[in-house]
Design a protein around this ligand. Structure first.
Ligand code: HSE
Length: 307
């Protein structure tokens, strides 16, 4: 029997205009994934602190699906007990489903010395996301595996680039969404003008990272015409609260991943103000969980224990 326990970080996908192609890793919160591997048996899933009724069946669980995809592709015949220790809320756009899939694939890669590249792990782990949102998007799993800011350079084949980010404080209001996924309401039919602006904004995000400029980064991530209009309209008071957050001096504000959490990037001296504002403004939202004061992290999945 071999055992590994990893820490898989929360990730915030899309980062404004980069729907399905941008994501970044956060220092907190995180989940833990423990894998016990034996020579025989199937894939078993056990979840601790599950408040959302996450499926335990292999085909309906992101980690289970990702591990079965890994075994299928690599011709591995082993038994695995996957123990997911939830430390972040599900259904809030914090990438927890991706964290489970990425943690399981990355943990097995280390434990079984499979020698997979980052792109291979991402391509396998993203298949697990089908169990959650019905789509194999690579953004969350890539940021969980690699840390930092990730940019999907290509989906055919999957090719992901990691960019190191400046140390920017993050204030995040964790809010769960009422529907399982809102992806079906998102349209690419946004018209020529907005499409041009969307591409310009994506370029601006990358330029801001290359020049290490948090102000420029914040401005770039605060505009999106693809997912934010859909997800913003599902968060009561979102547009007014976003404006108030930006008025405090925050660099930028947008919706985290598939929503409905709201993420703000801010200078150190206004993070308390932003946290208080979020607590006040979102407290009447029945889906509001809590505010996290965290930071962008350039580290991805970390091994906690191995034997
Ligand atoms: N890019 C994905 C989406 C991330 O926006 O649906 C889900 O967390």
């Amino acid at each position: 029997m071999k055992r590994i326990k990893v820490r898989a970080p929360a990730t915030s996908a899309n980062v404004g205009p980069g729907y399905d192609i941008f994501a970044l890793a956060l220092e907190d919160p995180f989940d833990e994934i423990e894998l016990l591997v034996s020579d025989e048996g199937g894939i078993d899933i056990d979840i601790e602190n599950d408040t959302q009724g996450i499926p335990r069946t292999v085909a309906d669980n992101t980690a289970g699906l990702a591990v079965s995809e890994l075994f299928r592709r690599k011709g591995i015949h082993k038994g695995v007990r996957i123990r997911i220790i939830k430390r972040m809320c599900s259904g809030g756009g914090l990438g927890t489903t991706g964290a489970s899939a990425a943690g399981a694939v990355s943990g097995l890669n280390t434990l079984l010395e499979l020698g997979l590249t980052h792109n291979e792990m991402i391509d396998i782990a993203r298949m697990g996301e089908v169990a959650s949102g019905g789509s194999p998007h690579a953004d969350n799993v890539a940021a969980a595996i690699m840390g930092g800011f990730i940019l999907v350079k290509s989906y055919f084949p999957v090719d992901v680039l990691k960019l190191e980010l400046p140390d920017i404080p993050v204030v995040l209001a964790a809010i769960t969404k009422s529907q399982r996924t809102t992806r079906g309401f998102i349209t690419y039919e946004i018209g020529q003008e907005k499409l041009k602006e969307q591409m310009a904004r994506c370029s601006r995000v990358i330029h801001a990272i290359h020049s290490g400029d948090p102000t420029e980064f914040g401005k770039a991530v605060s505009v999106d015409y693809i997912h934010e209009p859909v997800r913003g309209s599902a968060i009561p008071g979102y547009w007014e609260i976003k404006k108030k957050i930006l008025d405090t001096g925050a660099y930028g504000c947008t919706i985290s991943g598939g929503g409905s959490s709201v993420i703000a990037f801010c200078p150190e001296n206004c993070r308390e103000t932003v946290a208080e504002l979020m607590n006040r403004e979102f407290s009447s939202n029945p889906h509001f969980i809590r505010v996290y004061q965290t930071r962008i992290s350039n580290s991805g999945i970390r091994v906690l224990e191995m034997e």
